[in-house]
Design a protein. Structure first.
Length: 103
């Protein structure tokens, strides 16, 4: 199962995603698509994200059983620590890449 959540993206993105996935609530798409289709959809969404944001969660061969991709400006930034994906919160206007993880 693939979950793709979008915020403030162009209207045509919703139409393109709804051809392959179900829009279970505004901006949240769920479906069971191949890895190739998933990657093509993600490439198209991330290319036109503009001022919006998107998060893709999909099954992967990791300790957690899933992987996360993000596009656009978000306060929650995924990062890897000892093979696990964790979420780091940043203050508004703060660049997450400038700060080290405290542990």
């Amino acid at each position: 199962m693939v979950v793709l959540a979008t915020t403030a993206v162009p209207d045509h993105v919703h139409g393109a995603l709804s051809r392959w996935m179900l829009e279970t609530m505004p901006g949240m798409f769920v479906g069971s698509v191949s890895a190739r289709v998933r990657d093509l959809l993600w490439d198209n969404v991330s290319a036109v994200i503009g001022d919006g944001a998107a998060v893709l969660v999909y099954p992967a061969d990791t300790e957690q059983g899933f992987a996360i991709r993000t596009a656009g400006e978000r306060r929650r930034q995924p990062y890897e620590a000892d093979g696990l994906t964790l979420i780091r919160w940043t203050a508004q206007g703060e660049d997450a890449e400038e700060h080290e993880v405290p542990w």
